[in-house]
Design a binder for this molecule. Structure first.
Ligand SMILES: C[S@@+](CC[C@H](N)C(=O)[O-])C[C@H]1O[C@@H](n2cnc3c(N)ncnc32)[C@H](O)[C@@H]1O
Length: 475
């Protein structure tokens, strides 16, 4: 299936409507459905159409999960980077949605649900399927209670198609006005345009996979909106961070929010405000941490599931789960970790409570190393290849390096020893792995001015000037 899909996606990469028509027609044909009216009918092509040969290719075994897959694969690469568009695997959606539905106190037929970064509607599809199978309520009625926003117009169009196909599979015809799916920037969205929110005092269920976009890839326009949210107004917040706050701002008092997101917010500096926001509100927070297991096939991201509700709790419920346990809906233990034991500034240490107790014991013995020495972790030169080097020789005053066939000398006094901790396995590795770094800071850790640098370290200055193209291309 993959090769055929890829070929068709490539062929219609700049013809959104043609691809939508092929996918809809293939699905209808593969499942023996008929549709000559309603929203979906405008996407159905007949056997005379020139696109029909692709419909035939695709229709061999086309299921709804394939429709989602094709739509997500068809998102252009640049949009994947700037919008963080990633398709969430079915078992994750099913787990999040089932836990959210199980914890709501309202009859499911009355629950208002949303995904505020819904992409092509994968979560909304899972929501509508699970509500239908638990209540037998017609899809058309379920859709009236399901809301979605996405910044991509294309994705919103495809989310409508997906939900229309789910209904059609059940013999139901839906019209454009049955959808509550909107294109917009969630960070600046006017939720008062959804009157149901006021009538219901908020949404009952919010699920999704907020866009994971690093600060440096966020568009200028969206960056401006980040400052309207407490969790993202300071520092270089990644895009997923305010999606917690926005979700909670439209969730009602008994509602449940369930996200899959990166687990870096436990510790990262740019999520400090998010940690404070969560712990100051003392909301019920349940985390299923996947640690270093990779959930997304093509994305190197460490993730967790986070469930939030507004009922007060003095502790977080935290679990480390194997992906297979989530896949098979196994039960796993949750440890209770008090918000008051967590350090929002330095990062949350989440773990088995026995391990946390032992760490606490160790940390309270003797004088902390950090009181005796300045310890800093992490180097962000954005050009390690220029700043970090292994000298070919040295003398009392200089290190010597060769770059692009030219030998340069660099004053020893502007350099420090450096070792990348991730490549050391034992202490014995240290002498072999040690490198030098050009470290243009004075004793007070202030950057050395260009004038002083030029005067005191002319050789290093000359070397850096020779790398100017690379250095100027940094953020
Ligand atoms: C990780 S994808 C999730 C897609 C879908 N919910 C799923 O799980 O398969 C994130 C989505 O967020 C959307 N997005 C990115 N920035 C956004 C913004 N500022 N407002 C609304 N949606 C945004 C992207 O277009 C993308 O569809």
């Amino acid at each position: 299936m993959d090769k055929r899909i890829n070929a068709i996606i490539k062929k219609f990469s700049d013809n959104e409507l043609a691809l939508n028509k092929i996918v809809v027609s293939a699905y209808i044909r593969a499942n023996g459905l008929e549709s000559n009216c309603g929203f979906i009918s405008s996407f159905v092509i007949d056997t005379e159409d020139s696109l029909y040969e692709d419909v035939e290719v695709l229709s061999k075994d086309c299921q709804l999960e394939d429709v989602i897959n094709i739509f997500e694969l068809a998102i252009p690469n640049f949009e994947k980077t700037t919008n963080g568009a990633v398709y969430t695997p079915k078992f994750i959606r099913e787990y999040i949605v089932s836990k959210a539905l199980e914890s709501t106190q309202k009859p499911l037929g009355k629950c208002l649900c949303a995904d505020i970064s819904c992409g092509c509607g994968a979560f909304l599809y899972t929501l509508s399927e699970q509500i239908h199978s638990r209540t037998n309520i017609p899809y058309k009625n379920i859709l009236h209670n399901i809301y979605g926003i996405d910044i991509s117009e294309t994705s919103i169009g495809r989310a409508k198609i997906l939900l229309a196909l789910v209904a059609l599979q059940n013999g139901e015809i839906v019209e454009s006005e049955d959808f509550n799916l909107f294109c917009g920037d969630t960070l600046a969205y006017d939720f008062s345009s959804w009157p149901v929110i006021g009538l219901n005092q908020g949404m009952d269920i919010i699920v999704g996979n907020p866009p994971y976009v690093r600060s440096k890839n966020i568009s200028l326009e969206t960056k401006q909106y980040l400052s309207s949210w407490n969790t993202s107004k300071v520092g270089n917040a990644d895009l997923y961070i305010p999606f917690f706050e926005i979700g909670m701002s439209i969730l009602n008092e008994t509602g449940v929010l369930g996200y899959i997101t990166v687990n870096t917010f436990f510790k990262s500096v740019n999520a400090r405000a998010l940690r404070s926001y969560l712990s100051e509100n003392q909301w019920t927070l349940k985390i299923v941490d996947f640690g270093e297991q990779l959930v997304f096939k093509k994305k190197l991201a460490y993730t967790c599931l986070a469930f939030l509700s507004k009922a007060n709790s003095s502790f977080i419920q935290y679990s480390k789960a194997a992906i297979d346990d989530v896949k098979h809906c196994q039960n796993f233990p949750f440890w209770h970790i008090s918000y008051s034991d967590l350090d929002n500034k330095r990062g949350w240490n989440l773990n088995d409570t026995k391990i946390l107790k032992n760490i606490q014991l160790i940390e309270n013995v003797g004088e902390p190393l950090g009181n005796k020495y300045v310890i800093k972790n992490g180097i962000a030169t954005l050009a390690n290849d220029v700043f970090i080097f292994r000298p070919i020789k040295s003398d009392a005053e200089y290190f010597y390096i060769v770059r692009n066939g030219i030998e340069y000398s660099i004053e020893r006094k502007i350099c420090r020893d450096i070792i990348k901790p991730n490549i050391i396995k034992t202490e014995a590795d240290i002498p072999q792995k040690e490198e030098k770094i050009i470290f243009p800071y004075d004793k007070g850790n202030n950057v050395v001015s260009e004038k002083i640098f030029m005067e005191q370290f002319p050789c290093a200055y000359h070397y850096l000037c020779s790398c100017r193209d690379i250095l100027d291309a940094r953020d």
